[in-house]
Design a protein around this ligand. Structure first.
Ligand code: SIN
Length: 288
């Protein structure tokens, strides 16, 4: 099997055609896909795939261990009710309800974030399979945190170099979850971590910003006003249109993004139209 790569935007993303992700991919092919992914800034789209949940997991596992896989830590307690009942590797993002049971987390990630950045070892790739999409709307936006970092002045880069930021699920819980849904254990330090504000990507060696409004609570050593001002500037800078690619789904699209170098945002503009996505989340390294 061979594939073609078409660039999707100047700053980020490529579409890969010619591959059936339901097939077993050999090690060489997996390496080539990984390289294309890194070359595309950490975002690949595999259009209109017909994948079972098992095939989605098998494809994702080729890139490393997954949260929820046998012997691996779960993604997170609070979201465990949204995991696939037979496949704990699969986080379901869905507004569908069947027999009174939500079929996933409704409108997950409608804010800029990098998945579960409050973990000590936050994720590598998230791989989302678009199973049911609205007639219009329900796009996901991605912003390139490496390009955003590169565009900063040398003086700003120097200031940011030694800084560290706290990431805490409590922030996400307070702003994104109804109180009754949050599992208390998730708020007692298990989902809190301090990471460098500028991290070096372990595979490309490139530096990028690693803070996000959904999960970063503050900068170490700064008072609240100072921290809010610096982070506020970084968020406004990193979400400038020239750093963003916005993906409009076709049914079956598989989107693979790199949480180490991107933030993403699920656009909530589709009202009651059904939207059902299944996502795997790869376990990453401690950011440095
Ligand atoms: C997420 O944040 O992983 C959800 C993305 C989406 O549903 O578009």
């Amino acid at each position: 099997m061979s594939f073609k790569v078409n660039t999707l935007s100047p700053v980020l993303g490529a579409e890969v055609t010619g591959l059936d992700l339901g097939q077993t991919l050999g090690a060489n092919l997996v390496n080539d896909i990984r390289q294309s992914w890194l070359d595309a800034g950490g975002l690949l789209v595999f259009p209109e795939q017909k994948l079972s949940t098992e095939q989605h997991i098998a494809f994702s596992s080729a890139f490393g261990p997954l949260f929820g896989a046998p012997g691996q830590p779960p993604l997170q307690e609070t979201v465990s009710r949204y995991l696939h009942p037979e496949h704990p590797e699969i986080y379901r993002v869905s507004n569908k309800v069947e027999n009174g049971e939500p079929q996933g987390r409704d409108r997950a990630g409608t804010y800029w974030h990098s998945d579960v950045s409050f973990r000590e070892c936050p994720p590598t790739a998230s791989i989302l399979h678009a199973i049911e999409i609205p007639g219009t709307g329900g796009d996901t936006m991605f912003t390139n945190m490496t390009a955003a970092y590169d565009a900063l002045s040398d003086a700003m880069k120097e200031m940011l170099a030694p800084l560290r930021a706290q990431h805490d699920f409590a922030q996400t819980a307070a702003t994104q979850f109804a109180e009754r849904l949050v599992v208390e254990d998730d708020l007692h330090g298990r989902n809190r971590a301090v990471h460098p504000v500028v991290r070096t990507h372990p595979e490309t060696g490139k530096k990028g910003l690693f803070v996000n409004p959904g999960m970063t609570t503050g900068l170490e050593g700064f008072d609240r006003q100072e921290s809010d001002a610096i982070l506020g500037f970084l968020y406004a800078h990193a979400t400038r249109p020239e750093f963003i690619y916005r993906h409009r789904y076709r049914q079956g699209d598989v989107v693979m993004w790199d949480n180490r170098s991107l933030m993403h945002y699920a656009v909530d503009d589709y009202g009651d139209q059904p939207r059902y996505m299944e996502r795997t989340t790869g376990i990453g390294d401690r950011p440095v």
